[in-house]
Write a protein of this length. Structure first.
Length: 94
């Protein structure tokens, strides 16, 4: 999947959801700047959601659940520190 993300949609819900996993919004945003692995999507509550694994600027591997609001706008819903098998999949991406 290729598109240029220029905006993120943040509110109290998704900020709180990420902070429960010790992730800050600006940290999550950096995952989309570099190489990231997009997992198969699924529809939840009428919305297509993607799981995305990538590396932050500080070298932390995160897996995020996000929905695409437009060609340039993403809403991160939640996230966590990536599991070893998710990192392995990320590393195998060419």
């Amino acid at each position: 999947m290729v598109f240029k993300v220029t905006a993120f949609e943040w509110d109290d819900f998704n900020r709180s959801e990420l902070s429960n996993h010790d992730i800050f919004g600006n940290e999550a945003e950096t995952v989309f700047i570099g190489k990231c692995y997009w997992w198969k999507s699924r529809v939840v509550k009428g919305e297509r959601r993607y799981r995305v694994t990538g590396k932050t600027f500080d070298g932390r591997f995160l897996t995020l659940v996000a929905t695409i609001k437009s060609k340039e706008n993403i809403r991160v819903i939640t996230g966590w520190d990536a599991e070893d098998w998710e990192i392995k999949k990320w590393r195998s991406k060419k």
